[in-house]
Design a protein around this ligand. Structure first.
Ligand code: AKB
Length: 312
């Protein structure tokens, strides 16, 4: 039987779908959702929930002890665009929550951790195409700096204290169940909502800005698959590159036009353009494929069909 799992940040874009999928897989009582606010009805009705601040060590420890938690998925974070506005809050949340979980594992109170990193660990001097697993990493955003530091700490805790921490560098994630919040890749979700609601979209990234992206079902499958892999197969304890598709706002618009021919897009790049310009265009994820069999399932046109069908 699956030992109890705690999800921190369960009401966010990834947390909501991850919680539902883990509950489907392991049973509702085995997966404790938590966040600083309540989530949508289907999440709240699907199993146990605790109001929990991921930066409060004692509060997390109490929940871990109460439910005899074995694994923690730490999905609480401040994303790239918001983090530029609140640098210290972003640093305190992104790093404080990670240390809380790493230290709980170091003290033997939990045995396995999932912590998400991001393509934001890369920077303007990183090779842009097929960005390799190990390369120049000079992130130029607050969020990227926190993710890169987090990766170093994960590897350190693994090597020094044997903490079983696992991580992937998520690209931009596209989903219809829960909106993303405060990211640079959020346009790729907003565009589908506006296509159906208004028939047009004003993109905050420029026409030809190519970024690595992934449909949420693939991201959830990757996450669970990494967590279920035998520890001895894993050669990377900082964070795995995770590739799927790459596209530009212009290409999503064209994909949408196959279903909504009158859809129009306009461009008004804002401060997020500079963030996007510092990130890779595509990702080489060879180690993830080799170590734990990663294979993406959805391309852009399949994602468009899923998004339009479900949002309708
Ligand atoms: C963001 O845009 O900040 C995130 C990410 C790529 O980590 N979606």
């Amino acid at each position: 039987m699956q030992k109890p799992i705690l999800i921190l940040g369960a009401c966010g874009q990834i947390g909501t779908e991850l919680t539902m999928e883990l509950r489907n897989k392991y049973g509702r009582e085995s997966v404790i959702a938590s966040d600083i606010r309540e989530g949508n009805n289907s999440l709240m009705e699907s199993g146990p929930f605790e109001l929990l601040d991921a930066t409060n060590y004692e509060a997390i420890e109490n929940v871990v002890m109460h439910y005899e938690i074995d694994e923690v998925y730490l999905m609480a974070a401040m994303l790239s665009a918001t983090a530029e506005k609140f640098p210290m809050r972003a640093w305190n949340l992104n790093m404080g929550s990670l240390f809380n979980i790493l230290n709980l594992a170091r003290e033997g109170k939990i045995s396995k951790i999932f912590w998400p990193s991001s393509i934001a660990v890369f920077g303007p001097n990183t090779p842009k195409d097929d960005t390799p697993q190990s390369t120049i990493m000079e992130p130029s955003t607050v969020y990227g700096i926190s993710k890169q530091s987090g990766e170093r700490w994960c590897e350190y805790y693994f090597k020094k204290f044997g903490v079983d921490v696992r991580s992937v560098r998520y690209p931009g994630l596209i989903s219809w169940k829960t909106m993303p919040g405060g990211g640079t890749t959020d346009y790729a979700v907003e565009i589908y909502h506006d296509a159906l609601k208004k028939g047009s979209y004003q993109s905050f990234l420029d026409k030809e800005t190519r970024l690595p992206m992934m449909y949420m079902d693939d991201a959830i499958r990757a996450t669970i698959s990494l967590m279920e892999s035998p520890a001895e197969n894993l050669t990377i304890r900082s964070s795995y590159n995770l590739g799927s598709m790459s596209f530009t706002p212009n290409e999503v618009a064209k994909s949408i036009q196959k279903h909504i021919p009158d859809f129009t897009i306009s461009y008004a790049p804002d401060f997020r353009q500079q963030i996007a310009d510092s990130w890779p265009s595509s990702i080489d994820d060879t180690p993830a494929r080799k170590d734990w069999g990663w294979q993406p399932g959805f391309d852009l046109d399949q994602t468009t069909v899923e998004m339009l069908e479900n949002l309708k």
